[in-house]
Design a protein around this ligand. Structure first.
Ligand SMILES: [Mn+2]
Length: 237
């Protein structure tokens, strides 16, 4: 458990990237990230985009910094299982955008045969969540969400990486939770929330901030939020 206190000026969270290196560069240049910032990546670096492995490689590099945490998304989990195991996730990776990542990997390892192993090792070491306290307020960062009524320590991997409606409709905990996974353009109307831009992070009344703004969609964006000030940066359209 981290206690970031105010040793950092900004606590930044970045949502789903999905292989759009152009959008990643766009938003990352805007935030002007430095040593006084703490950055949490919410996972889903790969799949559906056209530069999936460059995005994964970027996450592999930047996560070596002491002030960066790169979490695991369900797409990294599917990729890991595809290459290493023979379980359900293995069969669903390719049709869920993994076919683009797989095709890139087939080419990439012709000139850099170690990369597949390095990528899988990186994914295998990704944490499922990051929890911290800022001025006494608990914050939980994870890819998809939490099962309501279950403590963080008892959450299943399935919930943290895949949960949707049950979480954002049913969560009533005291911790602020910052997630990606469910693209904001796919959310219907939310009681009490006036949505003007469907490709913008949404803050729900029950302490949830959703920042997957549909990076893989034609009009989608990658979003980064400072959870202290609420300021938002997004990739160019
Ligand atoms: Mn995603």
């Amino acid at each position: 458990m981290g206690r970031l206190k105010m040793q950092y000026n900004r606590i930044l969270a970045m949502g789903d990237i999905h292989g759009r290196f152009d959008r990643l560069s766009s938003v990352f240049n805007k935030i002007k990230f430095g040593s006084k910032d703490f950055l949490i990546l919410l996972g889903d670096y790969v799949d559906r985009g056209n530069e999936n492995l460059h995005c994964l490689q970027w996450a592999m590099r930047i996560s070596k910094l002491p002030n960066v945490v790169a979490l695991r998304g369900n797409h990294e989990q599917m990729m890991l299982y595809y290459y290493l195991l023979g379980t359900y996730e293995s069969t669903i990776w390719l049709p869920n955008g993994g076919k683009y990542t797989k095709a890139e990997m087939d080419e990439w390892i012709k000139t850099d045969p170690d990369f597949l192993n390095e990528a899988l090792k990186f994914i295998d070491k990704r944490p499922y969540y990051y929890r911290t306290f800022i001025d006494g307020q608990e914050y939980i960062f994870c890819h998809a969400g939490l099962k309501p009524g279950v403590s963080l320590e008892n959450q299943s991997v399935e919930s943290i990486l895949w949960i949707r409606e049950e979480f954002y409709n049913g969560y009533n905990g005291t911790a602020e939770v910052v997630v990606g996974h469910t693209p904001t353009p796919y959310l219907g109307s939310v009681p009490g929330v006036d949505i003007k831009d469907r490709y913008y992070p949404i803050r729900l009344p029950n302490k949830i901030t959703m920042i997957d703004t549909g990076s893989f969609l034609p009009k989608g964006r990658i979003s980064c939020v400072d959870v202290i000030s609420g300021q938002v940066w997004q990739s160019d359209d």
